[in-house]
Design a protein around this ligand. Structure first.
Ligand SMILES: [Zn+2]
Length: 470
């Protein structure tokens, strides 16, 4: 495998692009959809157009380039290796953050290059701030599971704005019982423990702020800021749980970081991947649209500063092996049906699970949950696409029967999702990442520099060259 991959890499490797002709750029936005490749982006357009709306703004950018994603040691990358490639411009092994394949040499990210050139740096994500993708821009660890150490790397980066999900504290003393359990490779004992990450950040001059109003009221005079949830990732967009959204964090970051030397902002839609692993189409749709809302904030800024701004949107890899079109249904597509899904797969499964331990539970008692989550009609007219057919009902009843035997089977929820996928006209082929290339889009100053067939390492190389253009 390693041989084959290096051969591929040498075929694909491109000469470092000529740097003459690059214009200096004051403002650089780099958006990364974790688990977002062309099917995810195309599904959103199919849906939005089916309900009479324009497609994703990111899909309308003038430059759209296929981008390969493999890592140094695997055809299928993880977010650590791909994040490192996008941030630092070098292939590394899966699991490494900001380090080379051997795990011994630190790599420099475009964010550090931006900082050196005097720009302010913002790192934003809808998942936790020390998760693989964001940490690839500031961290150096041989294992992505070292969350606590990545939290320390975050603080020592000196970057100006961190926003979105919390700093995950696995590795923190209070979570000691989780260490080596939930994350097998996580920091083992307390020897590297230096204290609470947020307290340490405050000691290094960061203003750490978790409450919504406090974040919205931040002013540039507040200096270096960690503005994030106290715990966990941002809520799933589909569940509408409230709280600040990625686009709101981005608007605040722009306000905080704008100045004479400009800024570099990396903004990740991290949960597209999480719900891709769960093969949860409605949630993928909502997470990708949530990222596009943040892209809209950047585009509005670009329209005010068209001669000084560059926006790049890419993905780190595909997740779920999503395929659009379902041959069994005569390849008909009803993407507008996606609007019927009102809850994430996790929550739907939990709702069913909550009642399934009831001994004499009947399927009729489960039906309202299914109807509410997907708009299915168990007694609807035959020409209504949401009416559950005999065959579909049979599949659901089989799943239900398995759960009746032992509710730990959790067999019903995936069946319901499969039926929904079929009605919409899509299929999943994996619960993991795939090697499908992603799309890199660009608009603004030097956008043409991103034209052509790209590898994920090219993004960092090109961003670094642009940041250093005089
Ligand atoms: Zn993933």
């Amino acid at each position: 495998m390693a041989l084959a991959l290096s051969a591929l890499t040498s075929v694909q490797a491109q000469e470092a692009p000529a740097q003459e002709g690059l214009k200096p750029v004051k403002y650089v936005f780099l958006f990364i959809g974790d688990g977002m490749s062309s099917p995810q982006r195309q599904m959103c357009d199919n849906y939005l157009q089916a309900i009479g709306q324009p497609g994703l703004l990111m899909n309308s950018f003038p430059v759209k380039s296929p981008t390969t994603t493999w890592s140094a040691n695997k055809l299928v990358t993880d977010s650590a290796a791909s994040g490192t490639a996008i941030a630092c411009g070098e292939k590394t092994n899966n699991g490494r953050i900001g380090m080379d394949a051997s795990g011994t040499r630190n790599l420099e990210s475009s964010a550090y290059v931006a900082k050196k050139t005097g720009k302010k740096v913002g790192i934003l994500t809808s998942v936790t701030l020390n998760h693989a993708t964001p940490s690839a821009f500031y961290g150096h660890q041989d294992d992505r599971g070292k969350y606590y150490l990545l939290g320390l790397d975050l603080i020592t980066s000196g970057f100006d704005f961190f926003g979105g999900g919390a700093i995950d504290k696995h590795g923190d003393k209070r979570y000691k019982d989780n260490i080596g359990d939930v994350y097998k490779n996580t920091l083992k004992a307390g020897k590297d423990f230096k204290g609470d990450v947020y307290d340490l950040a405050k000691g290094e001059g960061y203003k750490v702020i978790h409450d919504q109003d406090g974040i919205l009221n931040l002013k540039p005079e507040d200096g270096k800021v960690i503005a994030c949830q106290k715990e966990g990732a941002l809520p799933y967009a589909i569940n509408h749980e409230g709280g600040l959204t990625l686009d709101q964090y981005l608007a605040k970051a722009i306000e905080m970081l704008d100045g004479d030397d400009g800024f570099f902002i990396m903004c990740e839609g991290g949960k597209i991947d999480w719900v891709g692993h769960a093969n949860d189409c409605g949630s993928v749709l909502n997470e990708a649209i949530a990222l596009d809302k943040a892209v809209k904030v950047a585009v509005a800024f670009y329209e005010k500063h068209p001669e000084e701004t560059l926006i790049i949107v890419t993905g780190d890899h595909e997740t779920g092996g999503l395929t659009l079109g379902f041959a069994g249904e005569g390849i008909k597509a009803n993407f507008q049906l996606l609007q019927n899904q009102t809850t994430s797969r996790d929550r739907f499964r939990d709702e069913i699970y909550r009642i399934e331990h009831k001994k004499d539970l009947t399927f009729d008692e489960v039906k309202p949950i299914i109807e509410k989550a997907f708009g299915f009609k168990f007694d609807g007219p035959a020409d209504d696409p949401m009416t559950v057919t005999e065959e579909e009902l049979k599949l659901m009843l089989e799943g239900f029967a398995k759960d009746k035997k032992d509710y730990h089977n959790k067999a019903l929820a995936p069946v319901v999702f499969k039926v929904f996928d079929k009605k919409v006209g899509l299929t999943w082929t994996s619960g993991s990442h795939t090697a499908l290339p992603v799309i890199t889009s660009a608009v603004g100053v030097n956008a043409d520099f991103f034209k052509g067939n790209l590898d994920n390492t090219d993004i960092s190389k090109k961003v670094k060259a642009i940041l250093q253009a005089k």
